[in-house]
Ligand binder design. Structure first.
Ligand SMILES: Cc1cc2nc3c(=O)[nH]c(=O)nc-3n(C[C@H](O)[C@H](O)[C@H](O)COP(=O)(O)OP(=O)(O)OC[C@H]3O[C@@H](n4cnc5c(N)ncnc54)[C@H](O)[C@@H]3O)c2cc1C
Length: 380
């Protein structure tokens, strides 16, 4: 069986590792990505706030050495889901099975004024560049704002506001600064009332103002104001924005999307095209766009494909569960265990925050690098 995996992010790496582990050289996996290496989403915040360097959070794909897996660094230019053929700038690839794990692209230019008047922190480049901007920031009015839905890792803006509080406090700039968090959600983490209550309490204790159900539709770079969708305005000296998300263009052009994302069977992750699967941020599965859900979906697809290879149709499929870590600042991390099942409201259970869970989060990252790249992540 030849499986062509498009995208070596959280989902593509887990799928490749899972297939290799279950089938070894019995499967031929071609894993294609344009990037030179992988960076965890949460590492972007670590670099932004000066806790890690770019070099220590970067995991080069050249280190991949899984039995049965070949990594190809290439730009994917066209996907034919009927023929299961993929065109890239490094040649054409055909599979018995295609798995689309190309994530969500962000488009800062879709929000007028964001690039001119503010900063996005959702791409590695944006987050890494902000490190220097923050280091030179003399204090003032900071707005952390979301410009559209859906967006990756819904807790990330809350984490950013809390980590910013620590950052400015450590530099003696907090008293002369304000931090406002603007989100298009009624609660910081709607599926978990416990986690939302803990975050709202943390915001109140730190003097972070919370502005629910508000979307930033544009920035006025001259006046330095964020303009909300309802016309209200908020002044800022520093704006940290979550840009608009969209499926990668090559996926849109393939005919796989509907309403912007790739619809899939929520248990098998198969698209409407036989033997073409989609998982992670690019798919609409009914779960948030977060690495832990991409990973769970990839593990389910690996199980289903391995069962199929063995001639047995079974396997439980995807169950919709994820455990998300939540940075509270002050070296404290909490975790929310949440399961999304179609037909019933999800409920997330909160544990922490604590230093013990902070250590657990660190071990989570280390274990994935060991599993996917067969190497240690020593510089943490
Ligand atoms: C600031 C921030 C903090 C976050 N924190 C967390 C967290 O704590 N926990 C968590 O679970 N999630 C977190 N996330 C979200 C997480 O990073 C994503 O949800 C996750 O990476 C999605 O995995 P994926 O495999 O679906 O896509 P991705 O990991 O985005 O991988 C997609 C891959 O496809 C490649 N690609 C795209 N288009 C092409 C093309 N045309 N040709 C070739 N290659 C292409 C890309 O290079 C990329 O490697 C965070 C995100 C951000 C921005």
């Amino acid at each position: 069986m030849r499986v062509v995996v498009l995208g070596a992010g959280f989902g593509g790496l887990e799928l490749s590792a899972g297939l290799s582990e279950r089938l070894g050289a019995g499967v031929e996996v071609v894993l294609i990505d344009r990037s030179e290496g992988f960076v965890f989403g949460f590492s972007k915040l670590d670099v932004l706030f000066g806790k890690q360097t770019r070099a220590t959070v970067f995991h080069p794909y050249r280190d991949l050495a899984k039995p049965g897996v070949r990594f190809v660094r290439a730009e994917i230019e066209a996907i034919d889901p009927v023929a299961k053929v993929v065109e890239t700038d490094a040649g054409t690839f055909e599979g018995d099975v295609l798995v689309v794990a190309l994530g969500a692209d962000v488009d800062p230019s879709a929000t007028p004024g964001l690039l001119e008047g503010g900063h996005e922190f959702y791409t590695p480049e944006g987050a890494f560049a902000l490190r220097d901007v923050l280091a030179a920031f003399p204090g003032g009015r900071v707005v952390v704002g979301v410009t559209s839905t859906p967006f990756k890792c819904p807790p990330a803006p809350s984490e950013t506001a809390l980590l910013l509080h620590d950052y400015l406090s450590d530099r003696g700039l907090r008293e002369g600064s304000s931090i406002a968090l603007v989100m298009p959600l009624p609660a910081p983490i709607p599926p978990s009332p416990d986690a939302s209550a803990a975050l709202l309490q943390a915001f109140a204790e730190r003097g972070i103002t919370w502005h629910p159900d508000r979307l930033v539709s544009r920035l006025d770079p001259e006046e330095k104001v964020a303009v909300f969708a309802d016309g209200d305005e908020m002044a800022f000296d520093l704006f940290l924005g979550v840009p608009r998300h969209r499926a990668p263009k090559v996926v849109e052009e393939s005919g796989l999307t509907s309403d912007g994302w790739v619809p899939v069977d929520p248990h098998t992750l198969e698209t409407r095209f036989p033997d073409v699967y989609a998982l992670g941020d690019v798919a609409s599965v009914g779960t948030p766009k977060a690495g832990v859900f991409s990973e769970g979906q990839a593990a389910a697809v690996a199980g289903l494909l391995a069962a199929r290879h063995a001639g047995d149709g079974g396997g439980p499929g995807y169950q919709g569960r994820g455990v998300c870590y939540l940075e509270f600042g002050l070296e404290q991390v909490a975790k929310v265990d949440v399961t999304f099942r179609s037909g019933s409201a999800p409920t997330g259970f909160l544990e922490g925050p604590s230093e013990a869970i902070a250590a657990e989060k660190s071990a989570f990252g280390t274990s994935r690098i060991r599993r996917w790249f067969d190497k240690d992540w020593p510089d943490r």
